[in-house]
Design a protein around this ligand. Structure first.
Ligand code: MRU
Length: 368
């Protein structure tokens, strides 16, 4: 089922005129999760009305919602929808049902640790509610409050990341970003894109370069779209142009988001991030990673232990509606790569800027 809360047409110029607000990727509405179908952007703005955890699983798995924090938020609401589908009154059975929904949602995508972080938080809350609340309605209400808290906190966290990152960018600077770590990938503002929105609020003009980002063009379809809608100066680049624009002196800094930061500071992010970090090093350009604490995984020792998702071959051979490679060709299509910590200048979190040595500084940051 589809709804179009912003307008009843798909003409982007009209959509832009009608809405000064940023497009939100997720919205809870009276027992339903409204999920913006990001696969249809920038051509169509369509919200799906989801009422079961299975639909949320499918939405995450097929990347209708994507971006590390956003999939964590979606999964948290998926757990709530799982609780709503339980009919009996028995606490223990309610808890088993909710935990099973959470465990299933955890299989939707492997790399972004925010998914598991949000689901663990929901499971802990469910266990507490099963102990404390005798009525099913109160338990469900408590679970919804937790999902709403995860959603709201992400907006605050992203704004704080933007505030900490902003001093790194002076007016007139050229900044390169990769994939989409913007409002569409989070509750609002984004992580890597948050400083751009805050710069705009303060009248600081930056020149943003967005890589198109293979294989499914999140940079072109999403980052270019959301920055252009916000009136921020953005230029779209093909993925293989970064070396050229750096050599021309157009790029003063690179900032990307991340799906998981390992204990030693290695960072998994969209495929191509590693090449950008190498290029930045070669051109003496600072390379920043914007990361909420929920993306830092001290249980994963180093980047080589981060599970990397592989995507279907057709995304590369006929991803844009037309076959662009010979049929039967072998394809390698990992969704993410790992940037080793020694190529990273700093990791920007909601608690401030973390510099090397990352192992010690990340551990200190997350100390209870
Ligand atoms: O495959 P995606 O679109 O979910 O990958 C998204 C990214 O790699 C983002 O850069 C990352 O999740 C950070 S989002 C704030």
């Amino acid at each position: 089922m589809t709804t179009e809360p912003h307008n009843n047409n798909t003409d982007l110029s009209l959509a832009k005129q009608q809405s000064n607000k940023p497009l939100l990727s997720l919205c809870w509405d009276q027992g339903k999760l409204l999920m913006l179908d990001q696969r249809l952007l920038p051509e169509k703005i369509v919200f799906l009305e989801l009422t079961t955890p299975e639909e949320v699983w499918e939405g995450i798995h097929t990347m209708k919602v994507r971006g590390a924090p956003a999939i964590g938020i979606a999964a948290a609401y998926g757990v709530v929808l799982g609780a709503y589908s339980f009919q009996g009154d028995n606490n223990k059975h309610w808890l088993e049902h909710v935990l099973a929904a959470a465990d299933h949602l955890a299989t939707s995508r492997p790399t972004a640790v925010n998914l598991f972080w949000a689901l663990d938080r929901m499971k802990e809350r469910a266990a507490q509610l099963a102990k404390d609340q005798s009525s099913r309605a109160l338990r469900n209400e408590g679970l919804l409050a937790e999902a709403v808290a995860i959603h709201r906190e992400d907006e605050e966290v992203c704004r704080k990341i933007g505030q900490h990152a902003l001093p790194l960018f002076n007016s007139g600077m050229g900044v390169l970003t990769h994939c989409n770590a913007g409002g569409l990938a989070t509750a609002k503002y984004g992580t890597a894109l948050a400083p751009f929105y805050l710069a705009q609020e303060q009248g600081i003009s930056l020149k943003i370069y967005a890589n198109e980002t293979r294989p499914v063009l999140q940079g072109a379809r999403l980052t270019a779209f959301e920055l252009q809608q916000a009136g921020i100066d953005v230029t779209l680049l093909c993925d293989n142009m970064a070396g050229l624009v750096m050599s021309k002196g157009w790029i003063d800094a690179v900032i990307v988001g991340t799906d998981r930061v390992a204990a030693n500071g290695d960072v998994a992010n969209k495929i191509g991030t590693y090449s950008l970090a190498v290029l930045a090093k070669a051109h003496n350009i600072p390379f920043y990673v914007a990361s909420p604490l929920s993306t830092i995984d001290l249980d994963t020792e180093s980047g080589e232990l981060i599970p990397i998702e592989e995507r279907p071959e057709h995304e590369v051979t006929e991803g844009f509606g037309k076959r662009t490679a010979p049929s039967g060709i072998k394809v390698f299509n990992p969704s993410f790569d790992v940037t080793p910590h020694h190529l990273i200048t700093a990791i920007i979190t909601e608690k401030g800027i973390i510099k090397p040595p990352f192992r010690d500084n990340l551990a200190a940051l997350l100390k209870p």
